[in-house]
Design a protein around this ligand. Structure first.
Ligand SMILES: NC(=O)c1ccc[n+]([C@@H]2O[C@H](COP(=O)([O-])OP(=O)(O)OC[C@H]3O[C@@H](n4cnc5c(N)ncnc54)[C@H](OP(=O)(O)O)[C@@H]3O)[C@@H](O)[C@H]2O)c1
Length: 296
């Protein structure tokens, strides 16, 4: 009828398109301190655009001392839920009215769903890790996995690998923390941090679940020169995309799994719960996210 179509989107400072919301819009976000470096708003923003969702996903800078009161405020304000990142994953577990098995096994929560004034917690990091390994065409149950680190993400990854049927070994700088993890996850083996290179020969997969190799951190010291030729090397660090560990593994001809995919896959269950669409992780999304990351 000759109507003029109006572009209801405008551009944010970083060039991303932003939709105009209705009064029915669903709202979620990411709670962290600091939260300025989080890639989750970019990731969820991409999917909101792709699926034309009447919704928003925003950064929520919340200090540790304000966490519980801020989350109750989000519930009262009608938010659909939130992701939780450093330093709140343990605090999030504590404030939930109910947690699922993934959160219970990890002892930490990264995804909150708000329903009828109640807070439900889940931990999707382990799911994201396993889904990412599979998306690289690698079977995470092909053989035992050696996990380096025993912090929050290592717990989630260890639990998810065990749930998939993989035998897991942990090496951590602070031995007590690895032993505590072994108490919580029966069947998990512990090796000394200084034995991590020797332990590679008994494993099909090695995972860096420490911040070593991340921008601003030293590289992980892991000599791969005598490792089995079929060893798969996974790095949960994704800033930079190509960590020194991944470069070293590729130089040895080993198969690698980059950490960005874990971030993308862990976000799927939350997006589906908050916005009612199961989003797809694909090459277009990966390219969009890579454009905002340092390569090395
Ligand atoms: N790709 C993703 O979606 C995703 C998701 C979550 C996390 N991550 C990555 O995983 C990293 C770890 O996260 P997190 O939440 O598990 O952290 P965390 O709970 O703070 O745990 C950090 C772990 O790294 C170890 N560590 C720290 N500095 C070390 C050093 N200089 N030498 C040896 N070990 C060291 C710690 O050992 P101690 O026990 O001895 O302190 C601990 O086991 C993050 O930095 C992030 O890059 C990625």
């Amino acid at each position: 009828m000759g109507e003029t179509s109006i572009d209801l989107r405008r551009r944010t400072g970083n060039g991303a398109a932003m939709s105009i919301l209705s009064g029915h819009a669903r709202v979620a976000g990411i709670a962290g301190w600091p939260v300025t470096y989080s890639r989750s708003p970019r990731l969820h923003g991409f999917w909101l655009q792709r699926y034309g969702v009447d919704g928003a996903y925003i950064p929520l800078p919340i200090k540790a001392s304000e966490f519980a009161v801020a989350i109750r405020g989000l519930v009262a304000a009608g938010f659909a839920g939130a992701n939780v990142t450093i330093p709140h994953k343990l605090a999030a577990f504590a404030i939930c009215d109910e947690v699922d098995a993934s959160a219970h096994r990890a002892g930490a929560v990264n995804t909150l769903m708000f329903r009828e004034e109640k807070v439900f917690g889940s931990n999707t990091d382990g799911y994201g890790f396993v889904a990412n390994v599979r998306a690289h065409g690698i079977d995470p149950t092909a053989g035992p996995a050696l996990l380096l680190g025993a912090g929050g993400s290592a717990r989630a990854v260890a639990a998810a690998l065990q749930d998939a049927g993989t035998k897991v070994t942990v090496a951590n700088r602070t031995a007590e923390r690895a032993e505590a993890l072994a108490r919580d996850l029966p069947g998990l083996r512990v090796v000394d941090w200084n034995q991590r290179v020797a332990a590679l020969s008994d494993h099909a997969l090695v995972v860096n679940a420490t911040p070593l190799g991340m921008v601003g951190h030293e590289a992980l010291d892991l000599d791969l020169s005598n490792s089995p030729l079929d060893l798969v090397v996974a790095d949960n660090v994704y800033v930079p995309l190509e960590t020194p560990l991944l470069s070293a593994a590729r130089a040895q001809g080993l198969r690698t799994v980059e950490g960005l995919g874990m971030l993308l896959h862990q976000a799927v269950p939350g997006f589906q719960a908050w916005f009612g669409v199961e989003p797809t992780v694909d090459e277009e999304l990966r390219r969009f996210m890579v454009a905002d990351l340092p390569m090395r």
